[in-house]
Design a protein around this ligand. Structure first.
Ligand code: NAP
Length: 206
């Protein structure tokens, strides 16, 4: 599951469980982007906060893990580098499914080595109602599009953008993401726009 996860929410978790069941996968690895190549620095919450929220949200599922691979790798988080690093770790025979939003997949031609990505992994594009599926064919061409499995997002009106907006206005984000993530967002004053800066991430020193 590749994404910014700013923050992770129930739709991400349902998608992960659905994909795990559908493709009979032994595990799902959540891969928060370290430095998203197409986003400005400052636009995205510090990676450590996003990583910890992903850990908090997934800790009760034995099939879910969160990877630090992109967070710990310096420079932009290119998907092809991640897939190759995972193959090196798991062995060339490993079958990787790369699950992400259909909006992001539409942009894949602007990513580094798009055709190599399609060779290294089976792409699963998650779309929300309103997304025009024909655009995948039109933008990527029929051959590339045929390598992509498209699935519909459950809880389609939950998005990270929506949660950030509600949190910024001080409104409730209950039932949109697991309770420990809500508590973490509150505690660290993430997404607030009332002049209170989010807490910088501090490593625990022992
Ligand atoms: P994004 O702009 O945060 O997300 C685009 C859309 O996809 C949003 O609607 C988002 O909803 C949804 N989405 C994101 N991750 C999802 C997931 N795992 N499952 C279902 N829906 C998801 O896009 P992004 O997160 O930055 O990029 C997605 C992935 O593509 C990341 O792994 C990123 O590293 C990769 N990428 C690679 C390159 C490159 O290699 N050059 C360039 C761009 C992106 P929510 O906001 O609700 O999550």
């Amino acid at each position: 599951m590749g994404g910014t996860f700013d923050p992770i929410h129930f739709a991400h978790l349902l998608i992960a469980e659905d994909v795990r069941r559908r493709f009979r996968l032994p595990r799902v690895l959540f891969m928060p982007s370290g430095s998203p190549p197409h986003k400005d620095e400052g636009e995205v919450t510090p990676a450590e906060h996003r990583y910890i929220m992903a850990l908090l949200a997934t800790s009760d599922n034995p099939h879910f893990e969160v990877s630090r691979l992109e967070i710990d790798r310096p420079g932009p988080s290119y998907t092809i580098d991640t897939l190759r690093a995972l193959k090196a770790e798991l062995g060339e025979g490993a079958q990787i499914y790369f699950v992400t939003g259909a909006d992001a997949v539409l942009e894949i031609l602007t990513w580094r080595r798009p055709d190599a990505i399609l060779d290294e992994a089976k792409l699963v594009a998650v779309h929300r109602p309103g997304f025009d599926l024909a655009r995948l064919d039109e933008t990527l061409g029929a051959e590339r599009a045929s390598k992509i499995t498209v699935i519909e997002a459950p809880l389609a009106n939950i998005s990270s953008t929506m949660i950030r907006g509600l949190a910024a206005r001080g409104e409730s984000i209950r039932y949109l993401t697991p309770r420990p993530v809500i508590d973490y967002i509150r505690k660290h004053r993430l997404y607030r726009r009332d002049g209170v800066a989010p807490e910088p991430f501090e490593e625990t020193t022992t």
